[in-house]
Design a protein around this ligand. Structure first.
Ligand SMILES: Cc1cc2nc3c(=O)[nH]c(=O)nc-3n(C[C@H](O)[C@H](O)[C@H](O)COP(=O)(O)O)c2cc1C
Length: 341
């Protein structure tokens, strides 16, 4: 295949990993005098690619798929015949000198199918295991790990970019096809329910001085001011930008709320599904129970979140919510931001 002459990058990035990958790739393109245009997917509307462009799409993986914002972008993407290189950044960690890989799930497969149906040719699918930014579910990585992962990945992306710019293909992602397909049901559950539940775990503590940065910088426009305090709506993509860039470190994850909701949910499902439904509709299909139970969980989270938002005005209650938030503790809550190149 002939070398690439122009590239258009479309990227989405919550905390900077995917943006870094694009700029490492861009450096190689510049070195080879390849014309480059870069677009942030969060800033719609975006111009379509020119006829000869190689299209490179890069975004984090959220819940074993591309984030809904990126999937929406791909759905609206015009038809075309360009070659496309799909990339994602995932939750990399470090054990000794081994960079543990994240899981792409259906991200590549789903995106490739959508673009192929629109006439595009897939030229590659390549994951990059950057430092995980999901500090709602695990303690923040230390700076040494972050630095090491950046160095390793910069070398890997540079090598990959050299290959792609020379006109070759790279389908490294397909080596993980089996585990990616195995987690497909979780990707579905995350898309339809999980992300709405997670959107309702963020709150601002009384350290918040209403500077408005979280609302202004939210790529999904998902944070509003309600009763004089930031409030996370269901549009939240959980990209972690608000939590990572808050100058007061005031954005937290309400793990305590999740605990209370799980308890309420267990009690209600026992009552509703095990007792009532079993006697009223004994042969109820598993899928109906699954959807109903998850919807109940999302409803309880939304209601609990409203109550939490209201109750934060009382100092002792706020204190209780804070001590039940793992992100508030120093051992856990190290915020993550990708290093600048
Ligand atoms: C809500 C959420 C869901 C995530 N889901 C996954 C996942 O399914 N698989 C994975 O490997 N990493 C997952 N991660 C980790 C991110 O994809 C990873 O840290 C990424 O590099 C962040 O990129 P960014 O800085 O460009 O936003 C998730 C992170 C968040 C915040």
């Amino acid at each position: 295949m002939k070398p690439v002459s122009s590239i258009v990058f479309y990227y989405f990035s919550g905390t900077g990993n995917s943006r870094n990958v694009v700029s490492w790739f861009e450096e190689v393109a510049h070195r080879h005098q390849v014309a480059v245009v870069v677009h942030d997917i969060a800033r719609q509307p975006l111009p379509p690619p020119a006829p000869d462009d190689l299209v490179v799409i890069c975004s984090p993986v959220h819940g074993f798929n591309y984030p809904p914002l990126v999937l929406g972008f791909l759905r609206r993407f015009p038809r075309g015949k360009n070659p496309v290189m799909l990339m994602n950044t995932r939750a990399g960690m470090l054990i000794g000198r081994w960079v543990t890989p994240g899981l792409s799930g259906v991200a590549f497969l789903w995106a490739a199918l959508m673009l192929w149906l629109k006439g595009y040719t897939i030229r590659g699918m390549h994951p990059v295991d950057m430092p995980s930014n999901w500090i709602s579910v695990h303690p923040g990585l230390n700076q040494r790990t972050v630095k090491y992962l950046h160095e390793v990945n910069k070398t890997r992306v540079t090598r990959l970019a050299e290959k792609i710019v020379a006109g070759r293909t790279d389908f490294k992602a397909l080596r993980e096809l089996v585990q990616d397909l195995l987690v497909a049901p979780i990707a579905l559950a995350y898309y339809f329910i999980g992300r709405f539940v997670i959107a309702k775990t963020y709150y601002a503590s009384s350290d918040c001085d209403l500077c408005g940065l979280c609302m202004k910088n939210c790529p999904a426009g998902a944070i509003r001011l309600v009763d004089g305090r930031p409030f996370w709506t269901f549009h939240c993509e959980s990209c972690m930008r608000c939590m990572s860039y808050c100058p007061k470190k005031a954005v937290e994850t309400a793990h305590g709320l999740v605990g209370v909701v799980v308890l309420a949910y267990s009690a209600l499902t026992t009552l509703l599904f095990d007792t009532l439904v079993a006697s009223w509709w004994p042969g109820i299909p598993e899928v109906v129970i699954f959807v109903a139970e998850w919807s109940l969980f999302a409803l309880l989270m939304a209601t609990g979140y409203r109550l939490l938002h209201f109750a934060l005005r009382w100092k002792p209650v706020e204190r209780l919510i804070l001590v039940s938030s793992l992100t508030w503790y120093r051992f856990w809550g190290r915020r993550y931001r990708a290093l600048r190149n």
